[in-house]
Design a protein around this ligand. Structure first.
Ligand code: NCD
Length: 439
């Protein structure tokens, strides 16, 4: 991929703030606004973006890239390509790989593979406990001080359910401005066979479920631990109205808690399970419509801070089973922006400025990234996502850059499409295709 020396993006709606131009020179935003063209050097390339929305590059707090260990489901290269196609310029790669990212060595390997792929910045998330086993803390300090500069720690896929370990982890990461991202799910209330939301529908379908309170009790405990330690806790993939209530209360108290919601929990409900299609099996599970509504409101009013994909690729052999036996997880990187556009922007619940906040600035801040999420400002790295807000398209899972096909959006019509993604002035994806790919 070669960097465009100078590019003038003309006439885009600048993150919901009205039409203007953005001048990119040598990978940096050089000028913004109606007179940006005046600074353009001779030979500048022009990109007419009339009718398009220009966003700061999207940042995903929650991606499973599967490498090392499950390169049959996804690699850092293919996941990075999917991210670029989806408008992302940075992703946080979850630690539940094989081996687990619980040491500086694995974290640096993930960082280096991300750099080699070059489509997005890949930041490894460190495990909270060794081997995700929930018994003893991983090498948090060594990961933080490594070249990977790990700031987000999570046992995602598993809950740090031991309150003493959670307390120690929060105390530890406070020293270097880190954050613990919790997969809130009490394992005693969500036992091994549970595979969906526990409620009237699970009873009818004959599937063992786990209740909303399994999430809510852990969220409640963790905000109190955050208050006690004065440290930062982040709640991964919030999925229930009760969790939203706890978060609202905690924020009103000034407790340092942040939270993310996935596109699938904003749009899909447990009703998808009626056909027993394991594509819709995910953790946390799809919930009833009243939860979905509460999550939309909470994202719109700031109680939930960010959108995160929980992109969870799985090979066919792990997904094509009876519902109860299939793996949890669904793809999300390529469809996140279109889903948020469809369910939040087109419905009038959020503006494009809100999208820039919840999908770029805030996730970058939560993750402690300095090179991302800085918005459309002069001097910031040119991490940019150009969106066509009105273009409708039907999702086709065969067109995905991901190695996996567990795509819950297949066949669905979404409004809003990523037109182009740029990382530090380099076009990484255009119209669903990775740009200048070497493979
Ligand atoms: N979110 C998911 O449904 N799956 C995740 C981990 C998890 O089980 O949370 C995965 O790694 O596949």
């Amino acid at each position: 991929m070669s960097r465009t020396p100078a590019l003038l993006v003309r006439g885009a709606d600048l993150a919901g703030g009205g039409a203007g131009d953005v001048l990119v020179v040598d990978g940096t935003i050089r000028a913004v606004g109606t007179d940006a063209a005046a600074d353009a050097p001779a030979g500048v390339q022009r990109l007419d973006a009339d009718g398009l929305v220009l966003l700061p590059g999207l940042v995903d707090l929650h991606t499973h890239l599967r490498e090392p260990g499950r390169e049959d489901a996804e690699t850092i290269e293919t996941g990075s390509q999917a991210a670029a196609v989806g408008g992302f310029t940075a992703v946080l790669a979850m630690a539940n790989t094989t081996p687990v990212t619980d040491s500086a060595e694995v974290a640096e390997t993930v960082l280096d593979l991300g750099r080699r792929a070059g489509y997005v910045d890949v930041h490894p998330v460190g495990a909270v406990t060794k081997g995700l086993a929930g018994q003893e803390l991983a090498e948090l300090g060594l990961m933080a001080r490594s070249r990977a500069r790990v700031r987000v720690f999570s046992d995602d896929g598993r809950c740090v359910d031991d309150a003493r370990l959670m307390r120690r982890a929060l105390e530890y990461v406070k020293g270097f401005g880190g954050v613990v991202s919790q997969h809130a799910q009490d394992p005693r209330l969500a036992d091994g066979t549970a595979c969906c939301h526990e409620g009237e529908l699970s009873g009818r379908l004959g599937l063992p479920g786990w209740p909303a309170v399994a999430e809510e009790t852990v969220v409640a405990r963790d905000v109190m631990l955050a208050r006690h330690t004065g440290s930062r806790v982040h709640v991964a993939h919030v999925s229930t109205a009760g969790s939203v209530e706890v978060l609202r209360w905690a924020k009103a108290q000034g407790i340092a808690v942040t939270a993310e919601v996935t596109p699938h929990h904003l749009m899909l409900t447990e009703d998808e399970l009626a056909g027993y299609d394991p594509t819709f099996k995910v953790n946390p599970p799809l919930r009833p419509a009243e939860d979905t509504r509460a999550l939309r409101e909470a994202l719109a009013d700031g109680t939930i801070d960010a959108v995160a994909t929980d992109h969870a690729p799985h090979v066919r052999q792990d997904k094509e089973h009876a519902f109860a036996d299939a793996a949890f997880g669904m793809l999300g990187l390529e469809t996140a922006l279109p889903v948020v556009s469809t369910v939040m922007v087109a419905e009038g619940l959020m503006t494009w400025a809100d999208v820039a906040r919840t999908m770029s600035a805030t996730p970058a801040r939560i993750a402690g990234l300095t090179d991302q999420g800085r918005g459309l400002t002069t001097g910031a790295p040119a991490n940019l996502t150009l969106v066509d807000p009105t273009r409708s398209h039907t999702v086709d899972r065969a067109l995905s850059r991901s190695l996996s096909r567990n795509n819950p959006w297949h066949g669905r019509r979404l409004t809003g499409a990523v037109h182009l993604t740029m990382l530090r002035g380099q076009v990484t994806a255009r119209e669903g295709l990775v740009w200048g790919a070497t493979s």
